[in-house]
Design a protein around this ligand. Structure first.
Ligand SMILES: *Cc1c(COP(=O)(O)O)cnc(C)c1O
Length: 356
């Protein structure tokens, strides 16, 4: 607290990301990073970029990157907005498209950055409870609102929502922007990108941090109708007109172009996920259906916080959320390599059997 702070700073509750410990021998399954490195073509592109050109400002409009993203989805560059990670893209989305006189709607259990942006931009919001099985009930979004946002698959549950259900939300809310945050969509969830041409109120947000293994580079983007993208550009050019640096741009372009490497790593993660779920079931865990590179799992008798703490002593980190109370029994476990799954299952077997 300081007398020098503005009112808004006093009122902020900043987002707290999962920890990034400095230990080498950790099995780190807490922040949904990809266990596989980026495409070798990304590393080549980064080396090429380490050159004299770094003394020059990057392209303020990221034209080459936008073109690479547009061609991946058969869209035009005017349908693409890029930012430093999708968190920055989302920040601009909240300010440009979701701040209206009626409250913004999002699920009660969802990405916990959403209420943080509402605090920062002083946006009124109303949370919509998930059903008892943690699914989104789209009928609940048939009420007056100033915008809607949810991740698909949802976080931290991992549960995917079918496109027909998303279409119901879009059809009922023709006068507000519906943002689908598809951070984890490439791990087996259907993307809403093809609906953009039909629904001018749809904005889809993607990141290169998860499926494209580039969390350290900070690139994300939004896809939507031209006038939605224009609103985001107006905010960006009033805030930071050179957002994507030369390295991020070069690496991201190479990552978008190497579809073969991308598909192969996604398939590996999905296969590891399915094998891990089967083993967790035999250890007495109930796992929610996942279309993501993480799972949300609850043991039938043991406490979520306790299991998380004991795993930590065994150098395995998973994420645990204390609130709201109905998620407290759960662990959110990032899908790592098969070898990491073996270590996790070994540790959990010890924990579960010791208590019997
Ligand atoms: C990881 C994540 C993001 C942000 O990713 P960036 O690294 O900022 O691109 C956005 N939304 C959800 C739901 C996420 O889990």
């Amino acid at each position: 607290m300081s007398k020098f702070w503005s009112d808004v700073v006093h009122k902020l509750t900043p987002y707290v990301p999962g920890e990034q410990p400095k230990l080498d021998d950790l099995v780190k399954l807490n922040t949904n990073e990809n266990p596989y490195g980026p495409s070798p073509k990304v590393l080549e592109a980064l080396k090429l970029e380490a050159a004299d050109s770094l003394r020059l400002y990057p392209d303020p409009n990221s034209e080459a990157l936008k073109a690479a993203i547009a061609s991946t989805y058969q869209l035009h560059s005017e349908n693409v907005f890029v930012g430093n990670g999708s968190d920055e893209v989302l920040a601009h989305v909240f300010q440009a498209l979701l701040k209206h006189s009626r409250p913004l709607l999002f699920p009660d259990i969802t990405y916990s950055f959403y209420p943080v942006y509402c605090g920062l931009y002083e946006i009124e919001y109303q949370t919509v409870p998930l059903s008892d099985d943690f699914t989104i009930n789209v009928d609940d979004y048939e009420q007056p609102n100033g915008g809607i946002i949810f991740p698909n698959p949802n976080a931290p549950t991992g549960i995917p929502l079918a496109l027909v259900e998303i279409e119901k939300i879009l059809k009922f809310n023709k006068h507000s922007v519906v943002v689908v945050d598809e951070a984890y969509v490439d791990f087996g969830t259907e993307s809403a990108v093809n609906l953009i041409k039909t629904y001018p109120n749809l904005l889809v947000v993607h990141t290169l941090s998860k499926a494209r293994s580039l969390a350290g580079l900070r690139v994300g983007y939004a896809l939507g109708a031209k006038d939605l993208i224009e609103a985001l550009i107006r905010i960006k050019d009033s805030f930071n007109s050179y957002p994507i640096d030369r390295f991020a741009s070069a690496g991201a372009i190479a990552a978008m172009q190497d579809q073969a490497y991308f598909s192969a790593t996604c398939l590996k993660v999905v296969a590891t996920r399915e094998a891990l779920i089967a083993q967790l079931n035999t250890l007495g865990f109930d796992v929610l259906p996942s279309g993501a590179n993480f799972i949300f799992a609850k043991h039938r008798t043991r406490d979520g916080a306790e299991i998380t703490a004991i795993l930590r002593q065994k150098n395995i980190i998973v994420r645990h959320f204390k609130t709201p109370s109905r998620v407290a029994p759960y662990l959110r476990i990032t899908i790592g390599t098969d070898a990491q799954s073996v270590l996790l299952i070994q540790a959990l077997r010890e924990i579960i059997h010791q208590s019997e």
